[in-house]
Design a binder for this molecule. Structure first.
Ligand code: P6P
Length: 347
């Protein structure tokens, strides 16, 4: 079995002029993941469940584990000094690391430290999402918000940790998608899926149908397309919805499927955040042969206007995303202009 570090070092050897900074950065993320795994895994036994008492930029009450995860991933990235600043779901503004070494960091990181934290109390899988960009500001200077306002295609690495029946770290540095399963007995992430490929077609659709009456017509018709009884196209598909992006994505990445969090008439850009949820998952989807769009625009081509900007998300098996996009274009074309008026700019 190959450890995460052995694998990263091996891959670094394949990348010309790799300096090892990204390797150290990914190693630091692996360490923070182990710390969060330890406490997520025994959350029921320790005083780590419940509310921290604060409110994050999402207007959501912060869970103790949200703050705990944010602290450990932030410290891991600051300690490593490859990262000059981070943007996090849990922080209103970017956090610029002002220690001398971090100012020389080549990268910035966008984080959702603990996505799906509302599921913690009921033992449903939750996850950490991270993405790494080369900074645009001068090395040696303090990083700034512009370092984060890059289209997702500029990402140099992205990944997620899923704290589920097993804890797994899935990441890509641009060449394929690889997954490591945490072995508690040795305290190591071991390579379990080398070169994950997202099936082009799947049999699962994943969407919160409680919002059905507000969905665009194209989404309503695509849902009905999934439910049609047509064995020749293996429909009806199964409906599966965990309510945790990382978990819903991970299942579809392994067995095929589509996850949708569309915009609706009340919230045209939906709920999910472009920078630290949609873009990293889109990067991973594409590296695994899948697809990700907002119904009209490739997620990785959208130019973020702000670090907490929202985006509709259709992600997973390529053919299923393309089918959903076709329904959006045929029945909800007006939505294209609506979301561009909300600030969606494709570059
Ligand atoms: P809803 C979790 O709160 C999250 O940010 C994602 O992980 C998940 O996909 C989505 O929100 C679930 O939202 O509105 O269906 O509860």
């Amino acid at each position: 079995m190959k450890t995460l570090i052995e694998f990263i070092n091996e891959k670094q050897a394949e990348v010309p002029f790799a300096t090892g900074d990204l390797t150290r950065l990914l190693n630091d993320i692996g360490i923070a993941a182990k710390i969060v795994h330890r406490d997520v895994n025994k959350a029921g036994l320790t005083n780590i469940l419940g509310y921290e008492g604060g409110m994050n930029v999402q207007g959501e009450e912060q869970k103790k584990l949200d703050v705990f995860a944010n602290k450990h991933f932030t410290e891991a990235l600051q300690h490593g000094s490859q990262v000059a600043a981070i943007a996090s779901e849990e922080n209103d503004k970017i956090v610029v690391f002002d220690n001398p070494n971090s100012k020389n960091g080549k990268y910035v990181a966008a984080l959702d430290p603990l996505d799906g934290s509302s599921n913690i109390e009921v033992n449903v899988p939750i996850g950490t999402i991270f993405s790494i960009y080369r900074r645009k500001s001068e090395i040696g200077e303090e990083a700034d918000e512009n370092d984060f306002l890059q289209p997702g295609r500029e990402m140099v690495a992205a990944g997620y940790v899923i704290y589920g029946s097993s804890t797994m770290l899935v990441y890509s540095t641009g060449n394929g998608l690889n997954a490591f399963t945490y072995d508690n007995s040795v305290g190591l992430f071991l390579l379990s899926h080398n070169g994950m490929k997202i099936p082009e077609q799947g049999g699962i659709y994943s969407i919160n149908e409680a919002n059905y009456i507000y969905f665009p017509e194209g989404v309503k018709r695509y849902i009905k397309h999934c439910q049609v009884d047509d064995p020749t196209t293996k429909r009806p598909y199964k409906s599966r919805y965990v309510g945790s992006l990382v978990s819903d994505f991970h299942r579809n990445a392994l067995v095929g499927g589509i996850f949708m969090y569309p915009g609706n008439l009340k919230k045209p850009l939906g709920k999910l955040r472009l920078l630290y949820e949609c873009a990293p998952m889109a990067f991973l989807a594409e590296k695994g042969g899948g697809k990700a769009s907002d119904g009209f625009h490739r997620i990785l081509d959208i130019q973020p206007q702000s670090i907490h900007q929202r985006s509709p998300l259709f992600i997973g098996s390529k053919k299923m995303v393309e089918k959903a996009e076709k329904y959006m274009q045929d029945y909800s074309g007006e939505f294209h202009d609506t979301i561009e008026n909300e600030g969606v700019v494709e570059v």
